[in-house]
Design a protein around this ligand. Sequence first.
Ligand code: L34
Length: 284
Amino acid sequence: MAVIIDGKAISEQIRGELAAGVAAMKQNGTTPGLAVVLVGEDPASQVYVRNKIRACEQLGIHSEDHRLPADTTEGELLALVRELNRREDIHGILVQLPLPRQIRERAVIEAIAPEKDVDAFHAQNVGQIVQGQYDFLPCTPAGVLELIRRSGIPVEGKDCVVVGRSNIVGKPMAMLMLHENATVTICHSRTRDLSAVTRRADILIVAIGRAKFITADMVKEGAVVIDVGMDRDENGKLCGDVDFAAVEPKAGYITPVPGGVGPMTITMLMKNTVTAARLAGGRR
Ligand code: L34
């Protein structure tokens, strides 16, 4: 029987800490401000963006919700990003991914001022993270690390296996665990004998986007299993990349979906927004 890591409860605790920081900043005349940009009507993205705006309201962070139609051009989106870059009351800019096909994600990400890039997706921020000197960490990997830390799980010297190599989760996640002195392996769709690799993991972090892909035979007894997936099962019910019912009895620790990594992603966005406002140094 695993310890179930309660991402909602840990999130609430951190949000309480952040709210106190926001209140203090406001006393000093700065209200942290976040602009969230959503292009199109993807239902999952709408839920995530709504959760982000709600978290801002909960913490007293100023938020703006910019909704653009699905046929928005890259030029139109870039114009909005540049306007937000110039605004002194906006400290963080988040363009929700994925973007419609006619817009190049990289062009948009690189247009965001690095000091307002609260996703830490800009090449400058990615480079700083690789070198271990950074102001922001990408929200999902940062949230996973915080869940591990606040659950009292030691990382140094452990075998950590990351399944998935996306720029927004897998790659930065592996880098963070390396900084924590884990021995890190990254697996992907071309990995030979995936189960043999995942079974060696003391800490298994899964971010591939395939419902219930990780089964009990792929997990070592007592392992820490972190599920980054946001999928739908055969009945349309929200689930993760891990077959929770099958893996939970074998794992030492496990995160649920929902209520695991998702709320932490949003909490780390709040943290990055507060950091961006603090670094902007009292400007409103
Ligand atoms: N730019 N795009 C940008 N930054 C990000 O950090 C994201 N991500 C991912 C997708 N696109 C992005 C998110 O915000 C995934 N993601 C995200 C955020 C929040 C939640 C899930 C994914 C979340 O709130 N999950 C809830 C359940 C939500 C539901 O009911 O559908 C949970 O408890 O897991």
